[in-house]
Write a protein that binds this ligand. Structure first.
Ligand code: ASP
Ligand code: MG
Length: 405
C-alpha cells in the first residue's frame, strides 16, 4: 500500500470533464489500495484572469491582496475535485494550503516554504480519505495567506511528498514528459525517459516551462524522485532523479528558449566600487530575480563610466524600473534602457562536464544561421545566449539539429 502524491496542473483540471477524469484516475489508484494526496492548480486561465482583474484597477496592486485574490483559484479546484470524487462514492476532503500545514515566510506572491506540519493530512488519510490540497498557497506563522510564485503547485506537491515521506510523486501535466526541446518548435524533439535534477533545473531556469524551478530545487535538496507525465493518456513519463554515471554519455540533454525575459541596460554608471552592489542589492530587496549580467568595459576617460545590462522576468520589468528610478540619486547613472524583444536560448547537459568544444560549436551553429549573440552566460552544464526574440525559434531548431538530431 503506497502513499502517492499526485499533482494536476491547470490544463488537467481546466474543465469539469477534466476534473471528472482526474477523479477517475485517482479512483483507479485508490482501488489498488494506494493512499492518495492530490494537489491541484487553479483551472487553466483562472490565475491569469484574476491577475488581469487586479491590473485593470492598478498596475502595481498590493502583493498581500494579490495573494488573497490568487489563492481563491486553487480553492475552487479542490472543492470541485472533492465533489467529483464524492459523486463516485469515494471519501475525499479538500484542504487549503494553510489547513494542510504549509507554513511559509512572509514574502507575498513569492513566499518560500519554511515547514510543513501535515497533521490534518495524516488524520484524514488514516480515516480512509483521499486528501485534496490546494497548490500554490500557504500561510505565515501569523496566519497571513501567501502564494509560492507562478507555477507553485508543483512545489506544494514536491514539498508534501517530502514531508509525508511519500513512496511516489507524480506531476500530471498536459505533456507526456520532459522533451529534448519544445515539440511545438522542434518537430524531431523526443521525450526523455530520465533526466538529472541539475539538467531539469537548468532547463526550467532556461525557460522550458514543464515545471517550476523552485520545486525541482526542492526535490533535489530532499531527494524526492518524481515523475512528470500526462493526465490525458497512460504513457509513462519522465523520471527526474539524482545524476547517474551513464547520464554523462549524452553531451546535450535539451535545448530551450525563454521568451519571458526582458533586458535592462543601465547606461553611464560611474565606474567606482559599490555601484553595482547598490543596484543589485536594491533589486534583490525588491525580490526581483536577476538572471544574466554583463558589464561593458569602462569608457569616458576622466570620469570613467560603465554600462551594465541584465535580464529580469518580464513581469518584473516595471518593478525593476521603479527600483532603479528610486536609486538614481545614489547610483548616478545617465539612463535606463529596456528591451522586451529578446529570447534566451540554452543548451543543457551534464555531459558538458566531460566533453570540450561545446561552446565553440554552439556559436558556430548560430553564426552559420546569421544569428547575432547579444549576451552569453555559462554554468558547468549550461550555455545560454540572448538573441533577438524573432530569431529565438530558429536558433533552437538549428542547435537541436546540431547537438541532438
Ligand atoms: N495557479 C497558479 C499559477 O497559475 C499555480 C500553478 O498553476 O501551479 O501560477
Ligand atoms: Mg500551472
Amino acid at each position: 500500500m503506497a502513499l502517492i502524491v499526485q499533482k494536476f496542473g491547470g490544463t488537467s483540471v481546466g474543465t469539469t470533464d477534466r476534473i471528472k477524469n482526474v477523479a477517475r484516475r485517482v479512483a483507479e489508484y485508490r482501488a489498488r489500495g494506494d493512499r492518495l494526496v492530490v494537489v491541484v492548480s487553479a483551472m487553466s486561465g483562472v490565475t491569469d484572469g484574476l491577475i488581469k482583474l487586479a491590473k485593470d484597477i492598478t498596475p502595481l496592486p498590493s502583493e498581500r491582496e494579490m495573494d488573497m485574490l490568487l489563492a481563491t483559484g486553487e480553492q475552487q479546484t479542490i472543492a470541485l475535485a472533492a465533489i467529483a470524487l464524492h459523486s463516485m462514492k469515494i471519501p475525499a476532503v479538500s484542504l487549503t494550503g494553510a489547513q494542510a500545514g504549509i507554513v511559509t515566510d512572509g514574502v507575498h506572491t513569492k513566499a518560500k516554504i519554511k515547514n510543513i506540519t501535515p497533521r490534518q493530512v495524516h488524520g484524514l488519510l488514516n480515516e480512509g480519505n483521499v486528501v485534496i490540497v490546494a497548490g500554490f498557497q500557504g500561510r505565515t506563522d501569523e496566519g497571513e495567506i501567501t502564494t509560492l510564485g507562478r507555477g507553485g503547485s508543483d512545489l506544494t506537491a514536491i514539498a508534501l511528498a517530502a514531508a509525508l515521506n511519500a513512496d511516489l510523486c507524480q506531476i500530471y501535466t498536459d505533456v507526456d514528459g520532459v522533451y529534448t526541446a519544445d515539440p511545438r518548435i522542434v518537430t524531431s524533439a523526443r521525450k526523455l525517459d530520465e533526466i538529472a535534477y541539475d539538467e531539469m533545473l537548468e532547463l526550467a531556469g532556461a525557460g522550458a516551462k514543464v515545471m517550476q524551478l523552485r520545486s525541482v530545487e526542492f526535490a533535489k535538496k530532499f531527494g524526492v524522485t518524481f515523475e512528470v507525465r500526462s493526465s490525458l493518456n497512460d504513457n509513462p513519463g519522465t523520471l527526474v532523479k539524482e545524476e547517474t554515471r551513464s547520464m554523462e554519455d549524452v553531451v546535450i540533454r535539451g535545448v530551450s528558449l525563454d521568451k519571458n525575459q526582458a533586458k535592462l541596460t543601465i547606461v553611464g554608471i560611474p565606474d567606482q566600487p559599490g555601484r553595482a552592489a547598490r543596484i543589485f542589492r536594491a533589486l534583490g530587496d525588491a525580490a526581483i530575480n536577476v538572471d544574466m549580467i554583463v558589464q561593458s568595459a569602462s569608457h569616458g576617460g576622466g570620469s570613467p563610466a560603465t554600462d551594465i545590462s541584465f535580464t529580469v522576468d518580464k513581469p518584473d520589468l516595471l518593478k525593476a524600473r521603479t527600483v532603479l528610478e528610486s536609486t538614481h540619486q545614489e547610483i548616478g547613472h545617465r539612463e535606463v534602457l529596456a528591451d522586451e524583444g529578446i529570447g534566451k536560448v540554452s543548451i543543457v547537459g551534464v555531459g558538458m562536464r566531460s566533453h570540450t568544444g561545446v561552446a565553440g560549436k554552439m556559436f558556430e551553429v548560430l553564426a552559420f544561421e546569421g544569428i547575432n549573440i547579444d549576451m552569453i552566460s555559462t554554468s558547468e552544464i549550461k550555455i545560454s545566449v540572448v538573441v533577438k526574440l524573432a530569431q529565438g525559434e530558429q536558433a533552437v531548431r538549428a542547435l537541436h539539429k546540431a547537438f541532438i538530431g
